[in-house]
Design a protein around this ligand. Sequence first.
Ligand code: OAD
Length: 245
Amino acid sequence: MLPGGLIDLLKDATEVVALTGAGVSAESGVPTFRDAQTGLWSRYRAEDLATPAAFQRDPALVWNWYAWRRSLVEGVKPNPAHLALATLEQRLPGFHLITQNVDGLHFRAGSRKVLALHGDLFLTLCSAEKTPVETWRDDGEAPPRCPRCDAPLRPGVVWFGETLPQDVLSKVLALSAVSQVFLSIGTSALVQPAASLARMAYESGAVVVEINPEATPLSDIAHFVLRGPAGEIIPALLEIAWPAG
Ligand code: OAD
């Protein structure tokens, strides 16, 4: 049963922020970041592959891991949680979606105002120039080389130890500070600075809502804790707020 008070708050708010994490893609079949890796990659920890040091040590390993993650995401579809969040964007003019996910599933579900904190799995950058590269010579080398300067190419994601894009960071900080309702969805709320956004919203007076089947460090301060899968809870929220027909 979803709390009616929350529905009213959501419908009346002029600034609503949703922050999503890997849990929102779990029901699409994308393993969450901290879940055991599968197949060939099960002997590696994600935290040991997603770093600049790992790329320096073994660029082919890191490149191939991202190629595997891309193929995994290409084979799945957005789930009801992604679709419901895209609908929320249409219903609420002051709705902003911030994601830590790099899988592009929010965009594929129809969300257009997505602030991707950790980059994009399908973007490729020159590792030296840090600029996007769209085409390159594919002679089987991993990673391939930048057609301009010959440096190795890298995925356009933010690795552990790297700083977030400054423009995106300033936007999400400002949005969190003025939000009236802050939804934290499918994130373990462990990785900074994403994890601090909900706290900042809370301290600025926002109503904080957690949607997650499990407890997180945010659970204690959240005003509403909705325990369960995002793919069931967010569509149910929408259905109560704007009944079909
Ligand atoms: P995690 O893998 O740390 O956490 C996933 C969260 O989703 C957990 O709290 C689960 O309980 C929850 N969850 C699982 N299934 C769910 C479902 N069906 N509905 C809702 N929630 C569900 O992923 P993140 O919090 O996204 O960063 O991790 C944050 C960042 O850590 C990632 O973006 C990545 C990683 O380091 C970088 O790569 C820079």
